[in-house]
Design a binder for this molecule. Structure first.
Ligand code: PEP
Ligand code: MG
Length: 571
């Protein structure tokens, strides 16, 4: 690409927001393998583990727990037996250590590529990153580093791993453009949780970008522009500034309590996964944490975590006394964990998932409940059980809670004896039985992602449903209305989480159905609060009535789009 000739590329928008800054092209300085390694595989492995230990300690100290967890997984991969076996085979065949690592990596990635799962594909990306670091150490070549970054840049790279970001000053990273990566790659998830605009899967932009030259990206649409003319740069700078002002204004408004236009107070709570996102929850003025996903604790590790009291206390400290709802481990389905053996199943979403799994491996549940209870002595905590399908499951989970309480009492350890227990209503059977479950619960939280998946018999990650509005299907709406009504009759609070909670199209509908507690990611709070402030509950009730009488999801979507055009001024 010649400088000054505008070129526009389209990749996958992975984290929304606009960025305009000089490109910083992070290309590996490692040449093709073929040169002699200057140390043994064993030495390089030990050195890499030490490097990971340093980064993990630094990230943990800085509250960047999610990144630390990923590096922990990378550290474990360094000692992976399969990797070691394959490398040794290469060495026996007379390959140089670096070439043996490269070959082993290639073979293992090919094996992983045969598995039809985003999660496993991500493991292949992790393995490539680990092997690339091993090879650089073997050849004593310098890895590209972000440690000295002092000015604002858009990072441009073929691949980027959380290990690359570990040493960077995140304030300098205005955006990320990657040749590879998917929406579910670690780096995309990380960029989203850090609020850094990102575009992935855009190889041509990566080839075209030149370090130091201005580059623009729109992380919502996936658009990347290079070779900016002076005029275009000025236009884009204005757009980025306006977008920044809009976000700031929304964030300012979000600090105020959320009320509808006619004065009904609405709770807007956050869904988080670690202390870093807990900090975001406070920044965005969430009323509480409505969902702490504890899966992060179990991701990317070969052995089970112990009583991770510290994890809960770190979050409590960030929240400064605010209530938080901890969901017990919801692993299985599309969320496997290497440290928990799950029998191979034809239909994992219909198999051992959520509470079903932890009731079958109760040592995991007991350990987690003990930690939660111990944290409850110092923080305002409630516990939520995922994927409940029957009263027996709820009773069994509550019995384990009683066991945990008895054990702690015997050990003389303090806890909140009146800790509140609730359930996710996300399986049709639980929704239909919610009147029977209610007397045993202190609260409900409707999980709109799974409820839609199981009601419509359609994989939530699959392509058999239109992206827009699977949760706007009339069947899903009827069930949500039923749960909200039963909860109101029984007098127990009921929130709603999942994608539907943050969809602006669904806000008037949910308010009209009687929902007064939304649970969304922290970054979605400002726009949700702004949407709520425009709406009148009388009008919302009319919209809900109309939507509930629609025969198809398409009709519901059209109705809501029409209503939205009338309430939101065109920008
Ligand atoms: C849901 O199912 O809507 C939900 C919030 O849980 P998860 O997406 O973690 O399954
Ligand atoms: Mg769910």
């Amino acid at each position: 690409m010649k400088g000054g000739i505008l070129v526009v590329f389209t990749g996958i928008g992975a984290s929304s927001g606009l960025a305009l800054a000089p490109a910083f092209c992070l290309t590996s300085k490692r040449g093709p393998v073929g040169r002699a390694s200057s140390r043994s595989f064993e030495e390089a492995r030990e050195q890499l583990k030490r490097q990971y230990d340093q980064s993990i300690a630094a990230l943990t100290g800085a509250g960047r727990r999610a990144e630390a967890e990923v590096l922990l997984c990378h550290r474990e991969m360094v000692s992976d037996v399969l990797l070691e076996e394959r490398v040794n085979q290469g060495l026996i065949q007379g390959l140089d250590p670096a070439a043996a690592v490269e070959k082993a990596c290639h073979i293992l990635c090919q094996m992983l590529a045969q598995v039809n799962s985003d999660y496993i594909r991500q493991r292949a990306e992790d393995l490539k990153d680990v092997c690339s670091r091993l090879i650089s150490l073997l050849c004593q070549e310098e890895l590209p580093s972000l440690a000295g970054l002092e000015r604002e840049v858009v990072l441009v790279a073929h691949q980027l791993s959380p290990a690359d970001l570990a040493t960077a000053d995140l304030a300098c990273i205005k955006g990320i453009v990657l040749a590879g990566g998917t929406l579910t790659s670690h780096i995309a998830i990380l960029a989203c949780s850090l609020g850094i605009p990102a575009v992935v899967g855009c190889p041509h932009a990566v080839e075209a970008a030149k370090s130091g030259e201005p580059l623009f990206l729109d992380g919502a649409s996936g658009k990347v522009e290079c070779g900016l003319t002076h005029r275009r740069k000025t236009e884009l700078a204005r757009l980025v500034k306006e977008e920044g002002e809009r976000v700031c204004q929304l964030a300012q408004q979000a600090l105020l309590p959320s009320v509808t236009a006619d004065g009904l107070p609405i709770r807007v709570e956050s869904s988080i996964s670690d202390s870093r996102t807990a900090q975001k929850s406070v920044e965005y003025a969430a009323d509480a944490v409505g969902l702490l996903r504890t899966e992060f604790l179990f991701h990317n590790r070969e052995s089970l975590p112990g009583e991770e009291l510290q994890y809960y206390l770190e979050i409590a400290r960030q929240l400064g006394g605010q209530r938080f709802t901890i969901r017990t481990l919801d692993i299985g389905g599309d969320k496997p964990s290497p440290c928990i053996p799950i029998p191979k199943e034809e239909n994992p979403f219909l198999g051992t998932r959520g509470i079903r799994l932890t009731l079958r491996q109760p040592e995991i549940l007991l350990c987690q409940l003990r930690a939660i209870l111990r944290a409850s002595a110092q923080a305002d905590i409630q516990v939520m059980y995922p994927m409940i399908t029957s009263l027996e499951e709820l009773q069994a989970a509550k019995q384990w809670m009683d066991t945990a309480k008895k054990q702690l009492a015997q050990e003389g350890l303090p806890f909140d004896p009146a800790i509140r227990e609730g359930i996710m209503v996300e399986v049709p059977s639980a929704a239909l039985l919610c009147d029977l479950l209610a007397p045993h619960c202190d609260f409900f939280s409707i999980g709109s992602n799974d409820l839609a998946q199981y009601l419509l018999a359609a994989d939530r990650n699959g392509e058999c449903l239109p992206q827009l509005g699977s949760y706007l299907h009339p069947a899903v709406l009827r069930v949500i209305q039923m749960v909200l009504d039963r909860a109101a009759e029984e007098g127990i609070p009921c929130s709603l989480c999942g994608e539907m909670a943050k969809d602006p199209l669904a806000t008037p509908l949910l308010l009209g159905m009687g929902l007064t507690n939304f649970v969304v990611t922290p970054a979605a709070i400002p726009a949700l609060k702004e949407g709520i402030s425009r709406l009148d509950t009388g009008a919302c009730r009319r919209i809900a009535r109309q939507a509930l009488s629609c025969s198809t999801a398409g009709e519901v979507v059209r109705l809501l789009q029409m209503e939205r055009e009338q309430t939101v001024p065109a920008r």
